[in-house]
Design a protein around this ligand. Structure first.
Ligand SMILES: [Zn+2]
Length: 360
């Protein structure tokens, strides 16, 4: 695969030109499509992990190694739906998340193969119709948090350290970068300190393989879980932005969260604040009593069309509970609508962020 620096530079420059020109659509959830296949334990294991001592069912990232053609077919279905950005099936492919399945030693390969599968589907689609798409390497939040205690009786206790997170993200990023991703998607951020560790880990990975810092830039996407508009670790959205703005993200925004109805005012706030493109890909509504998301493609795309008409969006898509039909509806809804114009940032000479922002 040709993943030389010049090819990467050209693909990235196409991405930035397109961002200035129109609203870009990112694909939807992989999990929803995998669930339609009613996979059983043997499907997750395949021959390779048939003797493993722990159940792998539900570990969708292991499918990169055990059911690669299924993963490719999910990517292909999003290409057919019209997505511009295809996200790798690597949300939980960190040593930290995979240690739950005793699969941590396979993490770099899971990321490499995950990136290669998505890149190949994109490459073939481009060959067919000449239209450029981009591969975003998904890096999820892990299942541990560096800034909060999991034991309420011991506020100083942490399940994971900054350095452990940094190394885990470095290894994941190495696999994704070597597999040819165009962008790294640091998504569903609940803890800003985890994200900061990821940023250092990613920098280290790029240094290790001699990739310039500006190649494979970050898209940073947090999640808010209540109407206060604070992240799970307690920051306001502006504090969240100030804490991570040094990473030079090519887009910044929110995903998952409370569905579109709970996310809109937060995206509106970010779109007033930040001088970079916004990204928004909410869940398909809120989970019902069975834990399923049932917002229809029409409902969701109708709402997101309004966001676009109000100039809130540069990149848009859908998260948990969505399928290629949601993507197709979103593509149709935002077609021809102008992307959000970038705003100048109104900061004083020194802006600091803890839970809130302090301008000096
Ligand atoms: Zn989600």
């Amino acid at each position: 695969m040709d993943t030389t620096q010049s090819l990467r530079t050209r693909r990235l420059s196409d991405f930035k030109t397109t961002l200035a020109d129109r609203i870009i659509v990112i694909d939807g959830a992989g999990g929803t499509v995998f669930q339609d296949h009613a996979l059983v334990e043997d499907n997750f294991r395949a021959e390779r992990f048939s003797n493993t001592g722990i159940d792998l069912r539900g570990n969708y990232d292991i499918l990169n190694l055990t059911q690669p053609s299924l993963v490719s077919s999910v990517h292909e279905s999003y290409i057919k739906a019209g997505a511009d950005i295809i996200t790798t099936n690597t949300f939980s492919s960190t040593q930290i998340a995979q240690s739950e399945y005793q699969m941590d030693e396979h993490v770099q390969e899971m990321n490499y193969v995950g990136a290669s599968l998505a890149y190949e589907v994109v490459r073939l689609a481009e060959e067919r119709d000449g239209r450029v798409r981009w591969v975003a390497g998904s890096l999820g939040p892990t299942n541990k948090t560096a800034s909060m205690a999991s034991d309420v009786n011991n506020p100083g206790q942490r399940d994971v350290s900054f350095n452990e997170l940094k190394s885990a993200y470095e290894m994941a990023a190495l696999g994704l970068l070597e597999g040819g991703v165009d962008i790294l998607l640091l998504e569903t951020i609940t803890d800003t300190l985890n994200a900061k560790a990821a940023i250092v880990g990613i920098e280290n990975a790029k240094n290790k393989i001699g990739l310039a810092a500006e190649i494979a830039p970050l898209i940073i996407s947090g999640t808010v879980i209540d109407q206060s508009g604070r992240t799970l670790s307690g920051q306001t959205l502006q504090a969240f932005w100030i804490s991570l703005r040094h990473a030079n993200a090519v887009a910044f925004g929110l995903n998952c969260s409370l569905g579109h109805s709970g996310m809109k005012r937060h995206i509106a706030e970010l779109s007033r604040l930040i001088p970079v493109p916004t990204i928004a890909y909410p869940n398909a509504g809120l989970p019902n009593e069975f834990g399923e998301y049932d917002e229809s493609p029409e409902e969701m795309s109708g709402a997101l069309k309004e966001w676009a008409e109000e100039s809130l969006l540069n990149i848009v898509g859908s998260c948990c509970g969505s399928n290629p039909e949601h993507t197709r509806a979103i593509v149709d809804a935002v077609r021809g609508l102008k992307p959000r114009p970038l705003v100048a940032e109104n900061l004083s000479s020194l802006s600091l962020a803890g839970l809130d922002v302090l301008h000096i």
